[in-house]
Design a protein around this ligand. Structure first.
Ligand code: FRU
Length: 444
């Protein structure tokens, strides 16, 4: 069947542009996903709003439309990214109100207002008035006017907020604030690191099994063969007594940025990323059709005893599996998108989707490589340094693929644009199960 490029597993807009996941939370019996949404154009220009989706189970979603518009003087140029914090029967949403001032500005040292704004809601979509909590004059003097993306949590009876920032010396950093009432915030400390770019966006601090992490999306890193291959990066530090140690990228594929995590009611930490990046050198074919980008699958995070985060698709997605069939090394099969392949690996592999894409492991190197320009939208190859490959899970949607390697220790995500929904899959070196997948449901 001809591929209309509409995703069946990933959240995406019917029209317009989506970027960061925002305000993620579980509130009054439902999961809430807000997101950066530009309804006016698939290229992201025009109004920057918050769209809203909710679900009881991460499978059946209801789209609630736009819940925050840039309609005050404090956020007139964008309801930028932020978070959700649940307390008692109220959801507190914190975001950045972006303001471009009139006049001759470079919008780095001057000309941009970056307000931390709070709205509250009792049902997830009817919002209170907007209240500005922090303005540029409240940030440390060394900061440029790039300060944004509040993430709030509670720890030991106190509220905490991190904000991403760029100093006047063009160094990325995170500002850490504390509060006793969620409205009055005091600057506590700054986190930064050398050679880690000029701007850190979308910070997220959280604890899993006693390990504390700081996730950031840094801009301006040096690109290496195995690391930081994309225009902007995204990864996490393990924090030891407030010190940032070991930066690990979340995703080694082409399309991943600005992730945010939250805690599910059963204690799991779940992460959504933007399956896209700003300022990419690709032309995504859906743009001509009227929409662009999607979110990643929701991923469950767990921690190894050596402090690395494992990411795996939330277990709820297993309920979409049907028609399980064994797949063994040497097999070539035809299968419709979307599908899920889970396999053990002994040695090297070569998994090929028609003449679209191949996943290769050879000599300790994993490669996600496109074979066709039209199906890739111009993407070529991404590498991961994986000395020993043990298992692999591939979830292919109609217009993207997510590859989970070695129990989720490495993940590679990429948009892809096959002409047909039927794929000829050839698998060398893998032995496992191939499932067809039903789609998630999104009701408007
Ligand atoms: C990350 C980001 C955020 C900002 C938002 C604007 O992709 O640049 O820093 O708040 O997108 O849409």
């Amino acid at each position: 069947m001809k591929n209309d490029l509409r995703q069946k597993l990933h959240l995406e807009p019917k029209s317009g542009w989506i970027n960061d996941p925002n305000g993620l939370c579980y509130f009054k019996g439902e999961y809430h996903v807000y997101y950066q949404y530009s309804p006016d154009s698939p290229t992201g220009s025009g109004r920057k709003c918050w769209g809203h989706l909710k679900s009881p189970d991460l499978i059946s979603w209801r789209s609630m439309g736009i819940v925050l518009f840039p309609d005050t003087t404090d956020d007139k140029d964008g309801v930028y990214s932020g978070c959700g914090f649940v307390k008692d029967d109220t959801l507190y949403l914190f975001y950045t109100g972006n303001v471009k001032e009139e006049g001759d500005h470079d919008y780095v040292t001057s000309g941009r207002g970056a307000n931390v704004i709070l709205v509250t809601t009792k049902n997830g979509h009817d919002m209170s008035d907007k209240k500005v909590l922090l303005r540029n004059s409240d940030y440390p003097e060394e900061c440029s006017c790039h300060v944004r993306d509040p993430k709030v949590w509670e720890d030991n009876g106190r509220y905490h907020m991190v904000l991403g920032a760029r100093t006047l010396q063009d160094k990325g950093c995170v500002l850490h604030y504390v509060s006793d009432d969620l409205e009055n915030w005091t600057f506590l400390e700054k986190y930064t690191a050398d050679d880690m770019g000029y701007m850190w966006e979308c910070p997220d601090e959280f604890v899993i099994d006693g390990h504390r992490f700081l996730s950031i999306s840094p801009q301006g890193l040096v690109h290496g063969k195995y690391d930081n291959q994309n225009v902007y990066s995204s990864g996490y530090y393990r924090m030891e007594n407030g010190v940032l140690t070991d930066f690990t990228e979340w995703d080694k594929g082409f399309d991943f940025y600005a992730p945010q995590s939250f805690e599910a009611p059963d204690g799991r930490r779940i992460l959504f990323g933007w399956e896209g990046i700003g300022d990419i050198p690709y032309t995504n074919p859906t743009t001509e059709l009227g929409w662009q980008h999607c979110l990643t699958l929701p991923r469950e995070l767990t921690v190894t005893d050596y402090g690395k985060i494992l990411q795996n698709p939330v277990r709820e997605l297993d309920s979409l599996r049907k028609n399980a069939a064994p797949i063994n090394s040497g097999d070539t099969v035809k299968i419709d998108l979307p599908f899920d392949l889970a396999a053990k690996v002994a040695g090297d592999i070569k998994v090929r989707f028609d003449n679209i894409l191949q996943l290769l492991h050879q000599n300790g190197e994993f490669r996600l490589e496109f074979l066709s320009d039209s199906a890739s939208g111009g993407r070529d190859v991404r590498y991961a340094d994986i000395p020993e490959l043990r298992d692999i899970r591939i979830i292919a949607d109609k217009a993207s693929v997510e590859v989970y390697i070695n129990g989720g220790e490495t993940v590679m995500s990429a948009r892809m644009y096959p002409e047909d929904t039927e794929i000829t899959l050839s698998a060398e070196g893998v032995n496992g199960t191939l499932y067809e997948l039903d789609g998630i449901e999104v009701i408007s």
